[in-house]
Every structure is written in structure tokens, then in C-alpha cells.
Design a protein around this ligand. Structure first.
Ligand code: ADP
Ligand code: MG
Length: 269
């Protein structure tokens, strides 16, 4: 697990799906932890006012903690708010606090409102002492200005899809938004990865959903399926990824495998 290829330039992935509860945060945190464990330097940007990624990574995010909000409104540099994860060396987090809830509205009247995160992140990546290999941005469940900021800051979109009946519903809206961003704000943006989450192989429905999504997006869906697993859902309450909470569990192994696929696919491009 220490021989994954490292990208030559930072890969910036935004983890997006306007549906809530599909596994965005879980995927962000566990892929980041898996890649950090394999030796990559990884930054997680928590862009959801709920701050779930910050919680799961065990970093401080009280109301008065310097956070991504201060960066977006231009009151801090990203370097000032980045925290080290207590879990893995080389795993870092820009936390979200409750203040971020107001940002969606405050952003409307700011100049370059769609580029705020991009500008801050580009500066950080250029000036940071040691190169960062992966940046994962955990998005809120909406297609508002925060998510647009993530789309503008990223090169790749990773879409987690829950293996359930409504899986494909709402996806065309998401893909349309990404197309609009690509056309008007970020020509480099593309959907690079789809990850099927909360898979329960005992049901025909889950198998059928995976088959459907694979048929629609043959090149994008990872071979690895993330199983529905109690260990995965328990880990955040210990401020840990499942990778360290229960290393050898099926959930942990699945995220390690998905991370390896992402690293290898990146190396081929
Ligand atoms: P989102 O960020 O898209 O809202 P989360 O990652 O917070 O979704 O996941 C929603 C809920 O489902 C959380 O309670 C999480 O712990 C749980 N969950 C996510 N992935 C799994 C999984 N593979 N197995 C079991 N529970 C999961
Ligand atoms: Mg979330």
C-alpha cells in the first residue's frame, strides 16, 4: 500500500452530488486518509457548513476556529487555517465552521464570487513548502455558490452515487451544471470518477443500479464498490477514518482499493 504512483502536479477533486446522504463526506475523508496512508500529501477542504468532514478528520472547528469561511471572504490565507490531521502524517484539513452557512448569501455581493476558493487554493499550492498531491473538496448538498466555487477550484469531479432506486435521478441536473461551469468558468473541469457507495450485494436492486450506472458511464465508474458497512458509519464518531478505525474491515479495504484505482487512473492520463 506504499507504492501508489504520485501525480506530478496536484490533482484537485471536488466530491459533489446535490443529493444529501449519498456518501460525499464519507468518501472524501476515507479516500483522503487512504491516499495519505500510502504516502501522498493530501489536503481536504471542508466546504459544507455542517462541518462533517472536519469532525470525521478529528480537527477543531468551533465557531471561533479560523476556517474556510475566512478564506472565502478574504480575511485569511489558506495557509493560516490549514490544520494537520491527528490521524495521518501528510493529511491536512481546511475546516468548516458554522459561519460558512452565511457564506452562500454573503458571496453574492463579493467580486469574483465564483473564483474565491480557486484563487486561495492556487496561491496555497504554489507557496506551500512541500508539494501537495491530492486536494479533495467536500461539497454541501446543493448547487449553490459554494459548490460553484468548488467546481471552479477543481479539475476533476468525483460523484458518489448511492446504490439505491433513485440513483440516477438528479444526475442530469448535476451534469448540466458541470457543463455550464466548464463552458463559462472552468474549461479544465471534467467528471473523472464515479464511485458507487453503500452497496448491498444481497439485493438485486443494488446490483441492477450498479449495472445501470455502468452502462451509462462505462469509463467513469470505478470497479471498486463501497459496501454498506457499520464500521464505515461508526468511524466519524471517533474522529477517525475507517482506515484507522478498523483497518482490516471490508469498508476500510474498499476505500483503500478505490484510492488505488484513482491513483492508477490518474497516472495513465
Ligand atoms: P453526504 O456527505 O453525501 O451527505 P455522508 O457521507 O455524510 O453523505 O453519509 C450519509 C450517512 O450515511 C452518514 O451517516 C454516513 O455515516 C453513512 N454512510 C456513508 N457511507 C456508508 C457506508 N458505506 N456504509 C454505511 N453507512 C454509510
Ligand atoms: Mg456531507
Amino acid at each position: 500500500q506504499r507504492d501508489l504512483p504520485l501525480p506530478a502536479a496536484p490533482r484537485v477533486l471536488t466530491v459533489s452530488n446535490q443529493k444529501g446522504g449519498v456518501g460525499k463526506t464519507t468518501t472524501t475523508v476515507n479516500l483522503a486518509a487512504a491516499l495519505a496512508r500510502s504516502g501522498a500529501r493530501v489536503l481536504v477542504i471542508d466546504l459544507d457548513p455542517q462541518g462533517n468532514a472536519s469532525t470525521a478528520l478529528g480537527v477543531e472547528h468551533r465557531a471561533d476556529t479560523p476556517s474556510v469561511y475566512d478564506v472565502i471572504v478574504g480575511e485569511a490565507e489558506m495557509d493560516d487555517v490549514v490544520q494537520k490531521s491527528p490521524e495521518f502524517e501528510h493529511l491536512y484539513c481546511v475546516p468548516a465552521t458554522i459561519h460558512l452557512a452565511g457564506a452562500e448569501i454573503e458571496l453574492v455581493s463579493l467580486v469574483a464570487r465564483e473564483q474565491r476558493l480557486r484563487t486561495a487554493l492556487d496561491t496555497y499550492l504554489q507557496e506551500v513548502d512541500e508539494p501537495v498531491h491530492y486536494v479533495f473538496i467536500d461539497c454541501p448538498p446543493s448547487l449553490g455558490l459554494l459548490t460553484i466555487n468548488a467546481f471552479v477550484a477543481a479539475r476533476e469531479v468525483l460523484i458518489p452515487i448511492q446504490c439505491e432506486y433513485y440513483a440516477l435521478e438528479g444526475l442530469s441536473q448535476l451534469l448540466n451544471s458541470i457543463k455550464l461551469i466548464e463552458k463559462h468558468l472552468n474549461p479544465d473541469l471534467r467528471v473523472s470518477t464515479i464511485l458507487m457507495t453503500m452497496y448491498d450485494g444481497r439485493t438485486n436492486l443494488a446490483q441492477q443500479v450498479v449495472a445501470d450506472v455502468r452502462e451509462h458511464f462505462p469509463d467513469l465508474v470505478l470497479s471498486t464498490l463501497i459496501p454498506r458497512s457499520v464500521r464505515i458509519s461508526e468511524a466519524p464518531s471517533f474522529g477517525q477514518s475507517v482506515i484507522s478505525y478498523d483497518q482490516s474491515s471490508a469498508g476500510s479495504l474498499s476505500y483503500l482499493e478505490a484510492a488505488a484505482e484513482i491513483a492508477q487512473r490518474g497516472a495513465q492520463q
